[in-house]
Design a protein around this ligand. Structure first.
Ligand code: DUC
Ligand code: ZN
Ligand code: ZN
Ligand code: ZN
Length: 469
């Protein structure tokens, strides 16, 4: 057999091992791992580089409706472009069901938006905001069978939040179908109470976004979500965990034997609430929920990644432009309450985790691969097709230059935003080549593929639910 591509001379890293070997690729898949592969139509020199499974960013938002007059800065072309340049080969955005709408219809719209536009592969989580009898009884079971095997629910936001009974009803469907529930855990009433107090006393600057949703807001909801999942008897992913107390709820549940999975994100490792305290509306650039906290929270999130309380590391890429078209709403509503919640980061995720984590000795190279690729693939039903370097897997590969130094600017990321919250960070380690199913899509900071190479991936059940279904 003549191989299409051989990646030669690199150091392959998986979630389990680091080894010197070449990678042979045929028809978009890895077909050979060997010491010295010579017969191939194309040879990629990986000497001195790490050969990693392409990143899987299991938590991104693209082209999602965000309220009147607010448009996300990324469509599927720009969002997947930034992913590719940042070494990520699969993303999992959310399809948001607005109240009163059929989930099937909503999914069709997202498929239409993504079709032919993507540089990397894509699959969809669903956001359930309206758990009608029709959705719970008919539509969701059919959609899970069709490969939409995860859904996110919210405990806060006027238009999205479910009450405890609704959460239990959704969890029961997950239990019965093998789907995996992800939860945004913040206490709605507590946030409203605090927001009204802030506004009544004129505290409306962006920094009060963080004050209006302090750690107990998240800790309480995290514990409640875990309890509801225990009662409904289903595994649960707590997404975007920001601090020690929420992490301790997850660890407590895991020690108790509950199948609770934790995710943390870039912003909780490197930003703090002080970043929201800039001149004028500058702080709006850092408004996301939960908000970045303090140094001890950062430390706790690193601990969570190192010890396995968190097995998922995502960007929560949620892109809004910092101008009158988006991050600041056009009607001149300048209270923090109106600033859309979310910050961009799909392209910066791997470099920041590598530089701050692996280079600084906080996590191992294998943990880096596990939390950015292998675990997301297993958790969301893409493994072993995605998330590892093994014979039979898709040839989704990122070549990593561990020595390359860069002072990060928004220009390096090429998303649709007009800023990065990580501007000026000194980074060591950078992806120098990204390959999706055997085709190079980005090389040395430039896009080389054409949009449309990325395909939609229907998914299997999660490794966490499969045994139960
Ligand atoms: N939740 C997210 O997952 N992303 C952005 C904002 C939010 O509330
Ligand atoms: Zn959320
Ligand atoms: Zn998110
Ligand atoms: Zn950006």
């Amino acid at each position: 057999m003549i191989l299409d591509v051989a990646i030669r001379g690199g150091t392959v890293v998986t979630a389990a091992d680091t080894m010197r070997c070449d990678v042979g690729i045929k028809d978009g898949r890895i077909v050979l791992l060997a010491e010295d592969i010579t017969e191939a139509n194309e040879v990629i020199d990986a000497a001195g580089k790490y050969v990693l499974p392409g990143g899987i960013d299991a938590h991104v938002h693209i082209s999602q409706p965000s309220g009147e007059g607010i448009v996300m800065a990324d469509d599927f072309e720009t969002g997947t472009r930034s992913a590719a340049l940042g070494g990520t080969t699969t993303i999992l955005p959310f399809c948001l069901q607005e109240k009163g709408r059929s989930m099937r219809e909503v999914l069709k719209e997202y498929h239409a938006k993504a079709e032919g536009e993507c540089h990397v592969d894509v699959s969809f989580h669903m956001i359930i905001s309206d758990p009608t009898e029709q959705l719970l009884g008919q539509d969701l079971p059919a959609l899970v069978a069709d490969g939409y095997t995860s859904f996110k629910i919210f405990m806060t936001y006027d238009d999205l939040r479910l009450n405890d009974r609704q959460i239990l009803d959704v969890m029961a469907v997950a239990r019965d179908t093998g789907a995996l529930v992800m939860v945004h855990a913040e206490n709605y009433d507590a946030i409203r109470f605090l927001t009204e107090q802030m506004e009544a006393s004129g505290r409306t600057a962006p920094k009060y976004h963080a004050t209006s949703r302090p750690i107990p807001v998240e800790r309480e909801a995290t514990h409640r979500a875990i309890s509801l999942a225990e009662i409904a008897d289903t595994p649960l992913v707590i997404v975007h965990v920001s601090n020690r107390e929420a992490m301790e709820q997850i660890r407590w549940a895991q020690n108790k034997g509950l199948n609770v999975i934790g995710e943390t994100c870039t912003q909780y490792l490197v930003l703090t609430a002080d970043d929201l305290d800039g001149l004028g509306m500058e702080g709006a650039k850092y408004v996301c929920s939960p908000p970045p906290r303090d140094r001890d929270s950062q430390k706790a999130c690193w601990e969570g990644l190192k010890t396995g309380a968190f097995t998922l590391f995502s960007s929560d890429h949620c892109p809004y432009r910092y101008d009158e078209t988006g991050k600041l709403t056009p009607e001149g509503k300048t209270s923090f309450r109106w600033v859309p919640n979310g910050i961009p980061g799909v392209g910066a995720r791997l470099p920041i985790l590598f530089s701050e984590g692996v280079v600084k000795g906080r996590i191992t190279m294998e943990t880096f691969v596990a939390v950015t690729a292998t675990n997301p693939a297993k958790t969301y039903g893409l493994y072993p097709r995605k998330g590892t370097i093994a014979v039979g897997a898709d040839a989704d590969i990122t070549l990593w230059d561990a020595d390359k130094r860069i002072s990060l600017t928004h220009n390096d990321l090429q998303d649709g935003c007009d800023y990065t919250p990580y501007e000026g960070m000194e980074i060591t380690g950078w992806p120098v080549l990204t390959m999706v199913r055997g085709k190079v899509v980005a090389r040395e900071g430039a896009l080389v593929g054409t949009k449309g190479h990325g395909v939609y991936l229907p998914r299997e059940l999660s490794a966490h639910t499969r045994a139960l279904a």
